[in-house]
Design a protein around this ligand. Structure first.
Ligand code: FES
Length: 112
């Protein structure tokens, strides 16, 4: 099974194919997911520090574009939406927006 490492946090094993946003949340990371995992809010975004996860989907590009986030930033900063990533190999991430650092509610839990 693959491992997810959170920068400055822990490394945990997750079941193959699990959504990254759920893997993070179920491991105690209070990442935001305010649109419920529908690639609209971008609050679930993470910076991918290591792992083969750099191919941004069209859904993600559209979501970032709608939020005014420059596409070049996606590749330069290795940003991905954790609700759109299925964990199929080891990955190291830095969650950007959490309940703790924003003071906001996480949002509805994305579907499995
Ligand atoms: S974009 Fe909203 S939860 Fe991922």
């Amino acid at each position: 099974m693959p491992y997810v490492t959170v920068v400055g946090g822990e490394t945990f094993e997750v079941e193959m194919g699990k959504k990254l946003v759920l893997a993070l949340e179920d491991s105690g990371v209070n990442i935001l997911h305010q649109c419920g995992g529908n690639a609209r809010c971008t609050t679930c975004r993470v910076e991918v520090m290591d792992g083969n996860y750099l191919e941004v989907t069209q859904k993600e590009k559209t979501a970032f574009e709608n939020k005014g986030i420059d596409e070049h930033l996606l590749s330069d900063d290795c940003l991905r939406l954790s609700c759109q990533i299925l964990v199929n190999g080891d990955i190291t991430v830095r969650p950007i927006m959490t309940v703790e650092n924003t003071g906001k509610a996480a949002g509805p839990r994305p579907a499995d």
